[in-house]
Design a protein around this ligand. Structure first.
Ligand SMILES: Cc1ncc(COP(=O)(O)O)c(C=O)c1O
Length: 397
């Protein structure tokens, strides 16, 4: 990335001056152009009224669909607004016609809430949960996946970039296997959107869920769902209202397209702002963002690994912007608190959010440091020095 671009990104992220924010996998700092759309939209609601603002700013809201369609390489009618990645994911999972004995294939790296949903469906309908093993690097083992698909397999569910580590699962290979077997593929792209050039036609997933607040740098309480037009009519959306469907004769019919998964009431300011965030990312260029974030994270891993007592926990052959680590003898929670006291944001990664992986790998709680393109090499150096100081002095000492 050019020095000029970094200067621009930091200028448009004024808190960079006072805060070292390595919690982009939690929620990234919103750039000024996105913040302006958000506050501008709220101002319009305040001065005009909510419904009137919706009508007046319809082009900004429509951009949500065309923007995501451009980002993902799909049709605007295949995009729906969601309040979060989890609700987007749920909208598809609970819409599938699950019957007793149907199989869902999951992986240890899956997000904890997704695991809970498959467990709930197991209790509710008697579906069978089958966990695909990892390869030697920790990624989903695509050979094993290919071999384990049966006539009862209905769905492959995979987190592209897991919440608890920087690896990037080989989604394209999973997509090819899913297609070859005629099995549906639901990709949780919550941590990959905005930091990886995620193109649905390259991946071949049928559904994709994502959130606004992480690497896309949009607002909290916003997310996105992609549902391929080719599978739309195989789903029975779990919720219905006068926006997603209409009465027809003595029955009802769904609205065309993925918007049948939306509710009438939405966070419209958030939707407009997320649309702007998508444009912002595309203006920079996803390949540029991807290269920059991966390079900064790689730099961070190498530097952290040199600190005595630090173990970097990331797996996978391909890695992105999330860096997880532990420090021998120091609870990860105290490291997070010790860094926070110095104006450094990271988060604590613990079993609740990826229970299968934590159990399988016997993982302790970890510190999760996640970088974005607006972070600098100087921040990486400062961060590693802060960790080294905590390690040397003991956080509590
Ligand atoms: C991989 C992954 N999937 C899903 C989610 C859930 O996203 P949301 O909180 O927007 O529902 C997260 C959140 O951290 C995540 O890391």
């Amino acid at each position: 990335m050019s020095p000029d671009l970094l200067t621009r990104l930091r200028r448009e992220t004024p808190s960079c001056e006072t805060l070292l924010h390595f919690n982009n996998a939690g929620a990234a700092l919103m750039p000024d152009p996105v913040f302006s759309v958000m506050t501008g939209y709220l101002e319009a609601e305040r001065t005009m009224g909510g419904y009137e603002a919706e009508a007046a700013l319809a082009p900004q809201l429509d951009r949500f669909y065309t923007g995501f369609a451009g980002l993902l390489g799909v049709q605007a009618a295949e995009i729906a607004y969601a309040e979060s990645a989890t609700r987007a994911w749920d909208s598809v999972f609970y819409a599938l016609p699950w019957a007793e004995g149907d199989e869902v294939i999951i992986h240890a790296s899956d997000y904890g809430s997704n695991t809970l949903s498959v467990m709930q469906m197991q209790a509710r309908r008697g579906i069978v949960i089958r966990e695909c093993p990892s390869d030697g690097s920790g990624q989903i083992d695509v050979g094993a996946l290919d071999a384990m698909i049966s006539a009862r397999t209905r769905l492959i569910s995979l987190s592209h970039v897991p919440t608890q580590g920087g690896m990037v699962n080989p989604a394209e290979q999973v997509g090819r296997i899913a297609r070859a077997h005629g099995v549906l593929f639901l990709l949780d792209a919550c941590q990959s959107l905005g930091q990886i050039d995620v193109r649905v036609p390259d991946i071949g997933c049928d559904f994709l869920s994502g959130t606004g607040r992480k690497f896309l740098r949009g607002p909290r309480g916003s997310g996105v769902l992609y549902v391929g037009a080719h599978v739309l009519d195989r789903l029975d959306p779990p919720f219905i209202d006068g926006h997603s469907a209409k009465v027809a004769g003595t029955g009802f019919e769904w609205e065309p397209g993925a918007r049948r998964f939306e509710a009438f009431e939405q966070n419209f300011a958030g939707k407009a702002a997320l649309a702007r965030a998508v444009d912002y990312a595309m203006e920079i260029g996803l390949p540029v963002l991807e290269a920059r974030i991966a390079a900064l994270a790689a730099e961070l891993r190498v530097a952290l690994a040199d600190v005595p007592g630090v173990t970097v926990r990331d797996q996978g052959t391909r890695r992105a912007g999330i860096v997880t680590f532990t420090v021998e003898g120091l609870p990860s929670g105290s490291i997070v608190a010790g860094l926070k006291a110095q104006g450094i944001n990271v988060s604590l990664s613990y079993a609740r959010w990826a229970p299968t992986d934590f159990a399988a790998r016997g993982l302790p709680e970890m510190v999760r440091a996640s970088v974005h393109a607006y972070n600098s090499g100087e921040e990486v150096t400062r961060f590693v020095s802060a960790v080294a100081r905590l390690q040397a002095t003991g956080v509590l000492g």
